[in-house]
Design a protein around this ligand. Structure first.
Ligand code: SAH
Length: 343
């Protein structure tokens, strides 16, 4: 097995090079090709001699992703990429343009184990974790394709980041490295379905990123129907872990709440939610639910969302309604999937 060079930190790369008898400046050059420019082949490293490139090819592999298909939204120029991985699996990423720059929604797994009732990713089941290099390469591939810089990252694509914890943390360190992509932690959001041990570990990492928690219901009865993970980590235990996270890190948690008509959008749900988030630094992000054919769930009406928002605001909660992007190309929250019909 050759080593996955793009998942290595700069320090690991330096020591691997020194073991091979190569000077430190070579490690730095190779690191920059991989991490800053995102090249996918040693042959593109033009300041490295041919001999050395051959030597590197024998020792290492560059894992990443290649654009298989690209769809551009006619509504808002959101771009959805279908990427092919080295073993022929597929993942999707979504590039969104905002006033402050480009934000990329990246995947962390091929498929997902969590099986939320409303999400397309779970439908195809779980295939495998992505390596740090494969998560990182989604950014390089989008940047190189569009000739732009991505300034913000959301770990909200396919997969559950806390179910691939070590690779996700390593990815965060790589993407944040000064002489790599150098994307600031404050520009990164990580979204979880509420895996409590992951939240506790993340608290210890002391990173300046934004933690988002997919709550979607104020109590176990409703949440367990929507999200099987709730049977293991219930609402009250989850919110207690979130409170602890906020107390320890002083960082506000963003609670995602997808609105499903007649399921979790009553006035009573809004009051219960307001109550449970009382006295903790929080932001509630309401998401008009996106259609996923298999789920049979429908979005709440705009009137319901407005009333729900008002109740939360009157109780003093911080709340916004997420603007949906890329709906015409199935690029919205919950619409990413790894099973694709051959064109
Ligand atoms: N596994 C992580 C990351 C996925 S993020 C998590 O659960 O947080 C994607 C966000 O979109 C999550 O908040 C998810 O619950 C939400 N989502 C999934 N399907 C959706 C749908 N059909 N409509 C609206 N939001 C959805």
């Amino acid at each position: 097995m050759k080593r996955d060079i793009k998942s290595m930190t700069q320090a690991e790369l330096s020591s691997a090079f020194s073991e091979l008898g190569l000077p430190a400046f070579r490690a730095k050059q190779v690191w920059q090709w991989l991490q800053e420019k995102g090249v996918m082949s040693f042959d593109l490293m033009t300041n490295i001699s041919k001999d050395l490139r051959e030597k590197l090819k024998n020792e290492f592999d560059i894992f990443g992703c290649e654009v298989e298909k690209k769809s551009v939204s006619a509504l808002d120029s959101t771009v959805k990429y279908l990427f092919r991985l080295i073993d022929g699996e597929f993942i999707e990423s979504v590039l969104m343009k905002y006033k402050y720059g480009y934000s990329l929604c990246v995947s962390t797994q091929v498929g997902c184990r969590m099986n939320c009732a409303f999400c397309a990713t779970g439908v195809g089941g779980f295939v495998r974790n992505l390596t740090p290099a494969e998560i990182l390469s989604q950014i390089h591939a989008a940047q190189n394709d569009m000739n732009i810089r991505v300034s913000h990252i959301v770990l909200m694509g396919m997969g559950e980041p806390m179910d691939n914890y070590d690779n996700v943390i390593r990815f965060l360190k790589l993407v944040n490295a000064d002489d790599g992509l150098n994307i600031g932690m404050r520009n990164i959001s990580l979204s979880t379905c509420g895996i409590i041990p992951g939240i506790k570990k993340l608290q210890q990492e002391d990173l300046q990123l934004t933690l988002s928690v997919s709550l979607h219901a104020p109590n176990d009865e409703i949440r367990s129907r929507l999200m099987p993970v709730n049977k293991k980590y219930g609402v009250d235990e989850l919110l207690a872990a979130c409170r602890e996270y906020t107390n320890a890190t002083s960082r506000r948690i963003s609670y995602e709440y997808a609105m499903f008509g007649g399921v979790n959008d009553s006035d009573e749900c809004a009051r219960e939610l307001a109550n449970k988030l009382k006295g903790t630094l929080s932001h509630i992000n309401l998401i008009p639910a996106n259609d996923v054919t298999e789920s049979g769930l429908k979005s709440s009406t705009p009137e319901r969302i407005k009333k729900f928002t008002e109740i939360l605001e009157k109780s003093g909660r911080n709340v916004t309604v997420r603007r949906s992007l890329g709906g015409d190309i199935d690029a919205s929250c919950g619409q990413l999937r790894s099973k694709h019909k051959k064109a």
